[in-house]
Ligand binder design. Structure first.
Ligand SMILES: [Zn+2]
Length: 288
């Protein structure tokens, strides 16, 4: 999965005194009008995230913002890099997250860091002004927080829980796979959705399964979780057992397809990055 980056060591601890070095990774994002799932693009140089020495010799003036640390190296965000500073003929290119995921031509740990950096980039961008009093905000020097100097309102990064669900028909040894409507490149997925206010994760599972397929489930079991920063998510994976009828009433707005598949019939996703694919693989290999 995307966050499995061993032997690299990700450290998300906030640092007051970060160290900007020539080999610090620098994250720059673009294509901000792209609002669909996985929208947005990250600056790359020769199939890597650029490092500070790539930029400072080109005259970038902005003081980068500390993000996190990888393998003892601090990583930073640059919010405003002037047009034309980073040229394509010198290897700089904005790559959409969708493209990076499909092609997988940058190192996996840099891909994961870019998704996580994008979450912080959006958090900074969406909190320039205080949501309570409208004053201009500043970054805290003590912790990873945005504070309002006028009213003291403090904003931390928001993490949005969502579930992905392997529904298993124990009697027929089948799993329910879906295809989302409106996805450009089709591949199989599972029933999934965001947790609503006042809801437990188990209730989210039951509600999403009922809404998308009309099925009833029980015996909900935790499988694992996965950060998915490009949409601020913490995905939580569950498996559960079908109760009663296996007749599917598909939500046609959400899903293009919802069908039962035997273990042998399961077609995995083109990449092994998602928790959803990990659940599908576990069923295919007889581990669910
Ligand atoms: Zn305020």
């Amino acid at each position: 999965m995307i966050h499995e980056i061993d032997p690299h060591i990700f450290n998300n601890q906030f640092k007051k005194n970060s160290e900007l070095r020539d080999d610090s990774l620098i994250f720059i994002f673009g294509n901000e009008n792209e609002t669909s799932f996985g929208g947005g693009a990250v600056m790359t140089k020769d199939h890597h995230i650029p490092v500070y020495s790539d930029l400072k010799f080109r005259g970038a003036e902005e003081v980068p913002v500390f993000l996190f640390n990888i393998d003892g190296r601090d990583c930073f965000l640059m919010k405003h890099v002037s047009d034309g500073l980073l040229k394509e003929e010198e290897g700089f290119v904005f790559r959409s997250f969708r493209d990076v995921r499909n092609v997988q031509d940058i190192p996996k740990h840099e891909h994961f860091l870019a998704m996580t950096a994008f979450q912080l980039h959006n958090w900074y961008k969406n909190n320039v002004f205080c949501g309570r009093c409208g004053s201009k905000t500043i970054s805290s020097e003590k912790e990873r927080a945005i504070v309002c100097p006028s009213c003291g309102h403090t904003v931390y990064p928001r993490i949005v829980p969502a579930v992905t669900v392997a529904i298993i028909d124990r009697e027929r040894e089948k799993i329910l796979l879906t295809e989302y409507a409106g996805r450009a490149i089709p591949f199989y997925a599972l029933v999934a959705g965001f947790t609503e206010i006042g809801e437990t994760l188990e209730e989210t599972v039951k509600r999403e399964v009922m809404e998308e397929t009309g099925l009833k489930v029980d015996n909900i079991r935790y499988y694992g979780s996965q950060p998915w920063g490009i949409v601020d998510d913490l995905m939580v994976g569950f498996s559960c057992d079908l109760v009663g009828s296996n007749e599917i009433h598909r939500d046609e707005e959400e899903l293009k397809l919802a069908e039962w598949f035997s273990r042998e019939e399961v077609v995995l996703q083109p990449t092994d990055l998602s928790l959803t694919n990990s659940l599908m693989r576990a069923f295919k290999e007889g581990r669910l």
